[in-house]
Design a protein around this ligand. Structure first.
Ligand SMILES: [Zn+2]
Length: 67
């Protein structure tokens, strides 16, 4: 049986203005199965830019098996 926390994954947000990652957040994969886009501040360009979810694995979504 899946745990409650299995649906909420950590994602990285890639800035569309400078192609860097400024933010990390979580999303519910059940409620938002598509790629999420958020308008957030870019500290490099100093403007509000679109931040798109990256599919790159962050290695933190995997839970270590407990013995
Ligand atoms: Zn940026």
């Amino acid at each position: 049986m899946a745990k409650k926390s299995d649906k909420r994954r950590i994602i990285g947000l890639v800035c569309q203005a400078c192609k860097q990652r400024h933010y990390y957040t979580t999303k519910n994969t059940m409620n938002s199965p598509d790629r999420v886009e958020l308008a957030k501040y870019c500290p490099v360009k100093r403007v509000q830019a679109k931040q798109v979810e990256t599919k790159k694995s962050l290695g933190r979504n995997e839970v270590k098996p407990r013995r």
